[in-house]
Design a protein around this ligand. Structure first.
Ligand SMILES: *Cc1c(COP(=O)(O)O)cnc(C)c1O
Length: 374
């Protein structure tokens, strides 16, 4: 089965990992520091804190933002459940704002109508790699005193109005799962524009340990001393994974270029095909295309999905609206809440896209889709 996404691993990646295994540090050594520095540099020159997954990074970001019971987090339903689940886990109430009909990105007008002094975080998702409208979201966040969060699991290396992802929101989270734009196996990172927020994310992912003597409440101990002020978890990424991430980062531009080529090839082949809508792109973004989400019209998505799967094409559907998950539905979130997201979900089909996908495989996908629609 041709997958919808997969990692691209080079001999250089393998060498980078085996070098770590022969060295002194398996975890929290120089590779972690170097990987965080490179991610931070790529993401607008802000501090990055690595994590064991994108989900962990979201948990850290909400912890850094101080999200707790009584707070509201406004977010999009067109995402992987982790975007909101990590805020729910901290006791926040999620307020779902509908998406734009064409991009499936959270609609700033919908966010504006829902924002209030209870809003702690406005969490957008750069669906398929296309950045959301952060200039508009930042104005709303400033009006109500909230922070902006960019779940950039799809969009490391994308730009919006000339600025890189990581520089668009107060907090940005990445995922380095194998299907994403670059991988560390499992992995993720948080980028924060405010160094104090980055430090909070760091301490939360490091068991809550405070190691800065200036902040100690206990001052009678020796050089071994470290102390906990707030509970934390252990979400530390290893040096093994970080070395893979560093090696992958050297090819991110190549990955982006290949994803753009595949997008162009799909766009050209599918633009005139009846029954299909190709993804749109705003004029002010330069996205890394994580997904290639087409719309299958006339109620035929399921049929096309089944036919393409039978052809060995691993098409996928991204995503069921988050509030349809029983954990939200059983808490009272009703279907119909976000009509644009539900309409998008009903038609969406993700075609295979990953750097090692060949032109002839792209043609094979197009052929299978065209056949399925006939
Ligand atoms: C993959 C993904 C996550 C979670 O990342 P993991 O590394 O799998 O934990 C969060 N949000 C979005 C939008 C994702 O696609």
């Amino acid at each position: 089965m041709l997958p919808y996404g997969r990692q691209s691993i080079s001999e250089g990646d393998i060498a980078a990992v085996t070098e770590i295994l022969r060295g002194d540090w398996l975890t929290t050594g120089p590779a972690v520091a170097a990987f965080e520095a490179e991610i931070g540099r790529l993401a607008g020159g802000h501090r990055a804190v690595s994590a064991t997954s994108g989900t962990a990074a979201l948990h850290m970001a909400y912890a850094a933002a101080g999200v707790s019971a009584g707070d509201e987090v406004i977010s999009t339903p067109m995402t992987f459940v982790a975007t909101t689940a990590m805020a729910s886990l901290r006791g926040a109430r999620i307020v779902f704002a509908d998406v734009e009909e064409d991009t499936a990105l959270v609609d700033p007008a919908a966010v504006d109508a829902l924002a209030s002094e209870r809003t702690r975080v406005i969490a957008a998702v750069d669906y398929a790699g296309h950045p959301a409208d952060y200039d508009a979201l930042s104005v709303i966040a400033a009006r109500v005193g909230a922070l902006t969060l960019d779940d950039a699991a799809h969009s490391i290396g994308s730009t919006y109005r000339g600025r890189p992802v990581g520089d668009l929101a107060d907090l940005t989270t990445f995922s380095f799962f194998p299907t994403k734009n670059l991988t560390t196996g499992e992995g993720g990172a948080v980028v924060a524009k405010d160094p104090a927020l980055a430090q909070r994310a760091h301490e939360f992912h490091f068991i809550g340990l405070v190691r800065d003597a200036d902040r100690f409440e206990i001052t009678t101990e020796g050089p071994w001393h470290q102390e906990v002020h707030e509970f934390g978890v252990n979400y530390r990424l290893t040096d093994i994974a970080s070395a893979l991430g560093l090696a992958q980062l050297t090819r991110l531009a190549t990955f982006k270029a290949r994803r753009a080529e595949i997008t162009r090839r799909y766009n050209e082949a599918l633009a005139g095909v009846d029954g299909v809508r190709i993804p749109v792109q705003r004029g002010d973004v330069d996205p890394i295309r994580h997904l290639y989400p087409v719309r299958i019209l006339d109620g035929r998505r399921r049929e096309v999905f089944d036919r393409m799967r039978a052809d060995g094409i691993g098409v996928q559907v991204n995503y069921m609206p988050v509030y349809w998950h029983p954990v939200y539905a059983n808490a009272g979130y009703r279907r119909g809440l976000c009509p644009n997201a539900e309409a998008f979900y009903a038609e969406e089909l993700s075609l295979p896209i990953f750097p090692d996908l060949t032109d002839s495989q792209v043609d094979q996908v197009v052929e299978s889709l065209s056949q399925a629609l006939r």
